[in-house]
Design a protein around this ligand. Sequence first.
Ligand code: FAD
Length: 297
Amino acid sequence: MKISDVLSSRPITVSCEVFPPKTDGALDSVLTTVRKIAKLSPDFISVTYGAGGGTSQNTLRIVSHIQQELHTTALAHLSCVSSTKEEIFSILQEMRQKKIENILALRGDIPAGTAFPSPGQYQYAYQLVEQIKAFGGFCIGAACYPEGHVESASKEEDLVHLKQKVDCGCDFLTTQLFFDNSVLYSFLYRALAKNIEVPILAGIMPAVNGKQIARMCALSGASLPSRFKAIVDKFGDDPRSMKQAGIAYATEQIIDLIANGIHAIHIYTMNKPDVAASILHNLSHIVGKSDWEHIKQ
Ligand code: FAD
């Protein structure tokens, strides 16, 4: 099913993201994780694309498995920064052959120490969106950044580029993680003022590992509100307490988003089915999925 149809046919959607293994040897263990997440009945599962494209085959394998074996809608991430147009064309052909319908079109991070952009290669994600649109048949998503992309001089400039990307053929957007909902609300107002009218999925990262939080914020540019910083300061060195606090914080963030009219939540599971299970259990009646009440945590 196309993500655009999933979003338009359900009042609230909650989807999950997983990432592929870096080596083929670890594929079975990631597939086990994916099966556990699919059992939770999220509205769809997205599968990230390894930086540089090195694990692209694992992304396609996992997406096919989710669709064919687990009968769940899947979204394949695809980044272009390290590929030629011909390479992307052949990946699109393979996706079509595998009946993959949904792509999150990304530029990817610029690989350190390389000349960027190489002549004839991609510079920005909108070029990939254009190519996928011209290829035809896919529902296309893209990334957006409520706090501005780290390379952008300003949030305003980033929004201008986002508008260009959407106009090239995006059907929906997914946000970078954020810990302060007011950041998202302000972004949504500014996006609307730029006539960006496609559905925007709110990306929520349950921060359950104290040691990873500083790194995550540095990579994503997400700011830490003082309420959350106090939690990390207090529990960051105690894994079990941090896990409980991170799940509670993410749950509260999602409840506030839904209470304020947000329809689509995307959970960055970090391949932790138990964390996803706890959050979905907490949301069972809130999102009208009473079977989530029986999820074992
Ligand atoms: P773009 O939309 O091209 O934007 C990149 C920068 O260029 C921005 O600063 C933008 O303002 C600027 N820009 C865009 N167009 C123009 C223009 N015409 N002129 C001048 N400047 C311009 N990375 C992965 O490797 N694999 C993944 O699976 C993955 N999944 C992600 C999922 C989500 C939801 C998000 C938010 C990010 C994900 N990323 C992933 C990270 C992403 O690849 C990086 O953030 C990357 O640096 C930017 O990718 P983009 O597609 O947003 O790029």
